[in-house]
Design a binder for this molecule. Structure first.
Ligand code: SIN
Ligand code: CO
Length: 373
């Protein structure tokens, strides 16, 4: 993607300008971000998805008595009638299920893949919505069908109503208000208060991002380090030839505590190991993602395209695909990085790969991670 080319998607801003002026900073409303947008997911496709095991969905019904929420799978018969007002259901990760939704998400790849999360789609009847709330992540709210009235506020007071099954702001006072039509899009930075209410039947696509919490990332990396530690840190045995006789045998010797600290420092010493664990973690498919094994081996020489579910990234030393890492160098590294960036390799590029890299691609094809063009 040319990051210095003005995009209709961003209201005529270039990706570079958008990231500088808006990302994490201030909202952007784009009228007709996608002119003549014809969503490829309709109400019945949404109902079918929400009913599936392994697809994350939730139903939210508002009434005078308050909010009710139910997690999926949602059987069609468990949904309120479509002529009843004030309800909505939301399906997470629709890009994993529909090539068209996945294709739309590619337009947002001026943000690193490591940050892009998924496309969530909501269906709502008149008045339906999830109430005034904030999200911890950036979001692009693309109107797909019907109209939605967005009220937004930069407010600092993010206290939530107690005893409600979803996150609802206690004191929401909107500063701006827009009605979005199909193809219109609203970008909101993290923690920006917002409330979207359907005006008639409405579908909204949310292009969402993920921001790891530092503690969770530490946990993931430490889990990986734990597997590597016995070999990486080594077999050194604690010795204490200078230990004197003790009158307080319950006290842990300071030398033993230092030995333990040193073992952790050794485990963390290898920067390459940390990078590999990070790449593997970032490309790990979500728990509910399954690949369809290839029925037969295909001749990859015509070119390949990554399956929409495949996550592929790289750093200076390695390529990471769906939670696995591969050390590569030279021409292979350049070509496999191109595969991660463009999600495709043409026949000419395939021809330039080494036998080892081709063997890896054959395996990825068998695992359903990529297909022939
Ligand atoms: C919705 O589509 O109803 C909710 C999206 C959001 O507010 O993040
Ligand atoms: Co939100």
């Amino acid at each position: 993607m040319n990051i210095d080319q003005p995009l209709t998607l961003l209201g005529g801003l270039t990706p570079t300008q958008f990231m500088k002026r808006h990302w994490h900073k201030k909202p952007l409303l784009v009228r007709q971000a996608i002119p003549d947008f014809k969503p490829c997911v309709d109400r019945s496709a949404m109902v079918a998805l929400a009913g599936q095991e392994g697809v994350e969905s939730r139903l939210i019904v508002g009434s005078d008595k308050g909010w009710k929420m139910k997690h999926g799978p949602l059987a069609k018969r468990s949904l309120p009638p479509f002529n009843q007002k004030n309800w909505t259901f939301l399906v997470q990760g629709v890009d994993m299920h529909h090539d068209g939704v996945h294709a739309l998400m590619q337009q947002f790849r001026f943000v690193p893949d490591a940050r892009l999360d998924d496309v969530m789609i909501s269906y709502a009847t008149d008045g339906g919505g999830v109430g005034p709330h904030f999200d911890s992540y950036d979001v692009f709210l693309l109107q797909a069908h019907g109209q939605r009235r967005w009220r937004i506020a930069r407010q600092k007071d993010l206290s939530l109503q107690p005893g409600v099954p979803l996150k609802i702001l206690q004191n929401f006072e909107h500063e701006e208000e827009f009605v979005l039509n199909p193809g219109d899009m609203l970008y909101l930075p993290p923690k920006y208060a917002h409330d979207g209410a359907a005006e008639g039947e409405c579908m909204t696509w949310s292009i969402g991002f993920r921001s790891p919490k530092q503690g969770e990332l530490a946990r993931e990396l430490l889990l990986g380090l734990a597997d590597e530690a016995p070999e990486g840190v080594g077999e050194a045995v604690y010795r204490d030839p200078a230990q004197s006789a003790v009158a307080q045998p319950g006290a842990i010797p300071a030398e033993l505590a230092a030995f333990a600290r040193e073992s952790l420092q050794k485990a963390l010493k290898d920067p390459h190991l940390l990078s590999s664990l990070l790449g593997e973690h970032l490309t790990e498919p979500k728990a509910n993602v399954w690949f369809d094994l290839a029925e037969h081996a295909s001749d990859l020489s015509v070119g390949v395209v990554l399956d929409r579910r495949t996550r592929m990234m790289y750093d200076e030393r390695s390529i990471f695909v769906n939670g696995e890492s591969f050390r590569v160098g030279g021409k292979d590294a350049a070509l496999l990085r191109a595969l991660a960036d463009t999600r495709t390799l043409n026949a000419h590029q395939i021809k330039a790969l080494s036998a080892d890299a081709l063997a890896a691609l054959d395996e990825w094809q068998a695992d359903g991670w990529l297909k022939t063009l």
